[in-house]
Design a protein around this ligand. Structure first.
Ligand SMILES: Cc1cc2nc3c(=O)[nH]c(=O)nc-3n(C[C@H](O)[C@H](O)[C@H](O)COP(=O)(O)O)c2cc1C
Length: 300
């Protein structure tokens, strides 16, 4: 199977995306599933990150994932951070404010990593044409999501920002991807501010930590990085449960997308049981491109 090469740059992985579609039997997931009201075959998707361009989108669309998110794009070109962009780390399940994680230099395949890309973007004419190629290449039971990021002005409110985004979407659903809340009161205020304009909240973007190498040095000039993979699973599960319960009370029409630390059928079932209507997998799907097919076999 083709995989993202951690030792190579983002641009190298962009240029060396898989060109051939896998021809594998995709197990039926059983049941009826949707993504923000759009029908899909199974509740599994890929969040923003692993799918750098159309070729990566189409590759994973033949591996059991029915919601494919095109990696975050911007209104102008932005360079990627230098390597390492993905640095394997070892940690017990992370809590907020856990502080630090340790780099692992050797051993088996990583299960978690520090993510350090700086959300690069190609120029809009390049990504727009590429997004369109991805859209037409998907199958009828699949959905393409395009992740965008922007820098708000200090006087803009959450309600204004979400209303402007919704206005630009001509009726397509708006999903807001969010980080961890320090307190349910803040989460509740957020939900009520964005509720009129968005179809779903996607949680969690990542759990952040400082990164220390085996010689004791703090890396990335002491800046924290988002951690993805197994060690964020429990914290992301708790966040999804907290949000689902608030949404039931304050915004029953809003859907939840579960992200963070998912990598097997049990964790997927738990996140759905906590209230997510759909789940997305980044790290585990990069480490094992067959993970979607394996999970689907156990969802039937
Ligand atoms: C290689 C990689 C690149 C990522 N790039 C983005 C990005 O561009 N925008 C974004 O919102 N999240 C990005 N993420 C975060 C993922 O969407 C996801 O929220 C996070 O990795 C937690 O999920 P996981 O534990 O399944 O990896 C990236 C993650 C990875 C692994």
């Amino acid at each position: 199977m083709n995989q993202y090469d951690l030792a190579e740059t983002y641009d190298w992985n962009y240029e060396n995306a898989p060109k051939q579609l896998p021809e594998l039997a995709i197990p039926e997931a059983g049941g009826q599933w949707d993504f923000c009201g759009l029908p899909i075959g199974a509740p599994l998707g890929i969040p923003a990150g692993p799918l750098l361009n159309c070729d990566w989108v189409l590759y994973y669309s033949r591996l059991g994932f029915d919601v494919l998110t095109y990696k975050t794009v911007r209104s102008r070109y932005r360079k990627c951070y230098d390597l390492p962009n993905l640095l394997p780390v070892a940690s017990p399940q992370l809590e907020v404010g856990a502080g630090e994680v340790l780099v692992v230099d050797s051993g088996g395949p990583p299960r978690s990593w520090a993510i350090s890309f700086g959300m690069p973007s190609k120029d809009p004419p390049q990504w727009r044409a590429d997004v369109e190629r991805a859209r037409v290449g998907l199958q009828s039971h699949q959905v393409l999501v395009v992740s965008v990021v922007a820098s708000p002005e200090p006087d803009w409110t959450l309600a204004e920002i979400s209303a402007a985004m919704r206005g630009a979407l001509s009726g397509l659903p708006l999903v807001l991807k969010i980080g961890l809340f320090e307190h349910p009161v803040a989460a509740s205020a957020f939900i009520q501010a964005v509720r009129p304009n968005c179809a779903a909240l996607s949680t969690v973007n990542s759990v952040s930590a400082a990164i220390r190498d085996s010689s004791g040095q703090i890396l990335f000039d002491g800046n924290i990085r988002g951690i993805g993979g197994e060690c964020v699973r429990d914290r992301c599960q708790a966040e999804a449960a907290m949000l689902a319960s608030l949404m039931q009370t304050h915004a029953p029409d809003l859907k939840l997308v579960g992200v963070g630390g998912l990598g097997d059928a049990d964790s997927v079932k738990q996140r759905l049981a906590a209230g997510a209507h759909h789940v997305q997998i980044a790290t585990a799907a990069m480490l094992d491109p067959l993970v979607g097919i394996k999970i689907r076999r156990q969802l039937t």
